[in-house]
Design a protein around this ligand. Sequence first.
Ligand code: DGY
Length: 311
Amino acid sequence: MEKVNVLILHKLPFNSESLFDKQFNIFRYDDNFKNEEIQALIPLLTDEVSKELIDSLPDLKIISNVGVGYNNIDYEYALSKGIVVTNTPGVLTESTADLTFALILGVARRILEADRFLRDGKFKGWDLTLFLGLELSQATLGIIGMGRIGQAVARRAKGFGMKIIYHNRKRVSEDSEKELSAKYVPFDELISTSDIISLHCPLTKETHHLIDKNEFLKMKDGVIIINTARGPVINEKELVNFLKNGKVKGAGLDVFEREPEVEGDLLHMENVILLPHIGSATHYTRKRIVTLAVNNVIEFFKNERPLTPIK
Ligand code: DGY
């Protein structure tokens, strides 16, 4: 095998770059390399891989994204140039579902509000009506996007005795619906009957602002919104408006429309939990993500078969 030149946009942790043997040369963005000699690119999900970047690397054969969401890559363009694109599905399912549930519980039971209240010295004794929240066993969870992560969230919700409804481009198998106790419903029905709406769809042209003013208007009063998918799936300004007018009771957000920026007003709201995109941030998962991204490149050049190509 000829030497392969790999451009890694950010240093990868967990010693994962040492998986590359001496057949691979590793370059970073500010190293001295010739664009024409780069065959593989490893971006993080926060690196925009535009048409221009792709065109600037004329011998590029594979883009191995570090992350499952690949809205940062001009995928259609890469494909049209015969470039293979891979992502990291499967390895982050459980950690992201765990964090989703942390947000569901955190917002429904007002954990951070209550914690701040106590730290502020306001706790004067047990009170029958202090920090009343939403009882999960009495609530309907609406899952938008029933892929791996959506299903892992449903599995957890079933354990909490929630009623589970979902909407997805394609209905999942009857066996999966039965196992998850999840019912497929049209999008509008999900929007208008859920107590908690949790987003698990990819960001595409079709899902950009999937949750916008019209959708908020159709929601139940007091709905809770959870987003561990991608920020732009929600019109963040409208979310703020509906949080302000009380239609949306609370929100748990791990992703933002203009990350790392956050709509200023959100920062001052008691009933929202804001996290810095840590859905998959466990040692176990993050190591698996970078290892898979590296191995996609290695397998592509050694065996012509990346492990997880996007089809
Ligand atoms: C992904 O891989 O797309 C996730 O957002 C990482 O947490």
